[in-house]
Write a protein that binds this ligand. Structure first.
Ligand SMILES: Cc1cc2nc3c(=O)[nH]c(=O)nc-3n(C[C@H](O)[C@H](O)[C@H](O)COP(=O)(O)O)c2cc1C
Length: 421
């Protein structure tokens, strides 16, 4: 069989050499087409020596043979490993700046992409949309593996092992439907139900006034969009928001913390993931007046008595843990629960210490910790968060992610998808 092996500019490019070996030892004739960026990771000499064919990245070499037309027409199979986010985007949008992308446009046989990238890049709605588009056109886009990535981090995004890519490529060449475990039907959260609360609750004082907070709901909306793009069914519980709830989510509107609690307990039933990103008021007025509170003629100012609202995150965790005990269920049955903490720090303690304390009290599986202030986080388009998980080594550096709310959402959904596997 004539195979074109495209190599993208990722750290995993070296693994493509092992894949090339598997193909050649099985008797296939392989032409390697690296991208320019990939040559920073593995050089031309390796590909020419292992494949026995000259190697170039550009359409302007061997112009007399019109290389890309010949390669594309002659290939029985095109395999791209590692397929970077950039390459997937170019392939999905039909861009053709180099030999590999031109060959992909010319190819008439099966095409297999083996993606490799950081979890955030993989879970990003842009990448997920590109993957969905390529799959809808018949390309096989393998689900990446889960494990150690380029740096000290790990999660979904790892290049699948050369033997797995070899098997998927040969199956594609035989026109066999790829196993769902290899391609994933539609993203890392396909078949999962994710419940997300968003926005800020409002606690009425009287028919016209309320106690509220500065939450815009943007982070919750970004989480819902990312979860939808990753293939999940999303139940979205929206308190007051400055942005519309994402289309495609099943939305329940609420106003107060008590309404949010009821909606979340109902929505969490049978869910795989619960993300509490709403800013819930800790206190509410003990009694809301049925009529507008008036200025009094005797000059006395009103005193508002506050009472504590229920701790919804804690209640969700306790209910799940009770169900686990009652059913004798597996220790990781029931939803994975993600909490958010917005801390300012004060003279008594810093933001991280408050975050760790909150994780202990709540018992959730992941706590996303934000430093907040008047002009920090609320309503802003970008932010920085720390990820806290139970049992973390207190001496180890805390994983931190800075970026737009969509990027933070990708980081959270990526971690959730990795934990669910
Ligand atoms: C050390 C290093 C490792 C990288 N690894 C990846 C990767 O695994 N996946 C990815 O999508 N991009 C990765 N990148 C970024 C790509 O190299 C960059 O997006 C490039 O434009 C991709 O080019 P390509 O389209 O030729 O693959 C990495 C960059 C560096 C410097």
């Amino acid at each position: 069989m004539r195979i074109v092996l495209g190599v993208g500019g990722g750290i995993a490019a070296y693994k493509a050499a092992l894949l090339l070996r598997l193909f050649t030892e099985a008797g296939h004739d392989v032409t390697v087409v690296p991208t320019e960026a990939s040559l920073r990771f593995v050089g031309v000499a390796t590909w020419e020596a292992l494949s026995g064919h000259p190697v170039t990245t550009t359409v302007f070499d061997a112009v007399e043979t019109v290389n890309h037309v010949r390669l594309g027409h002659e290939a029985d199979l095109v395999v791209v490993a590692p397929a970077t986010a950039d390459l997937l985007a170019k392939a999905a949008t039909g861009q053709a700046p180099d030999l590999l992308t031109n060959t992909l446009l010319m190819a008439r046989g099966p095409v297999v992409f083996a993606p490799a990238m950081h979890t955030e890049m993989w879970a990003h709605p842009a990448t997920q949309a590109n993957v969905a588009l390529l799959r809808s056109r018949g390309a096989v886009v393998m689900e990446p593996g889960v494990g150690r990535l380029t740096g000290p981090d790990s999660g979904p995004g790892r290049l699948r092992e050369p033997e797995e890519i070899f098997a998927a490529a040969l199956a594609a060449a035989r026109q066999e439907p790829a196993a769902a475990s290899e391609t994933g039907p539609a993203g890392p959260l396909a078949g999962r139900t994710v419940v997300i609360s968003a926005g800020g609750t409002r606690e009425p004082l009287d028919p016209v006034r309320f106690l509220g907070n500065r939450s815009s709901g943007k982070q919750g909306a970004a989480l819902a969009e990312t979860a939808l793009a990753a293939g999940a069914q999303v139940r979205f519980v929206a308190a007051h928001m400055d942005v519309p709830p994402p289309p495609g989510a099943e939305t329940t509107r609420v106003e107060t913390a008590l309404e949010l609690r009821d909606a979340m307990l109902k929505a969490a039933d049978g869910a795989d993931v619960v993300i509490m990103s709403a800013a819930v008021a800790d206190f509410r007025p003990a009694a809301a007046s049925d009529t507008k509170i008036k200025k009094r003629d005797d000059g006395q100012d009103p005193v508002i008595e506050l009472v504590r609202n229920p701790d919804i995150l804690r209640e969700l965790v306790v209910r799940r843990d009770e169900q686990r005990r009652a059913d004798g269920a597996l220790p990781d049955s029931g939803p994975l629960i993600v909490g958010f903490a917005a801390e300012t720090g004060d003279a008594g303690s810093d933001v991280l210490a408050y975050g760790r304390h909150k994780l202990d009290r709540k018992g959730c599986d992941l706590l996303v910790l934000n430093r907040v202030g008047r002009n920090l986080v609320f309503g802003q388009d970008s932010t920085e968060v720390m990820f806290l998980t139970p049992g973390m080594d207190p001496a180890a550096p805390v994983p931190t992610l800075a970026g737009t709310k969509a990027e933070i959402a990708a980081g959270i959904i990526g971690r959730v998808a990795a934990a669910l596997r």
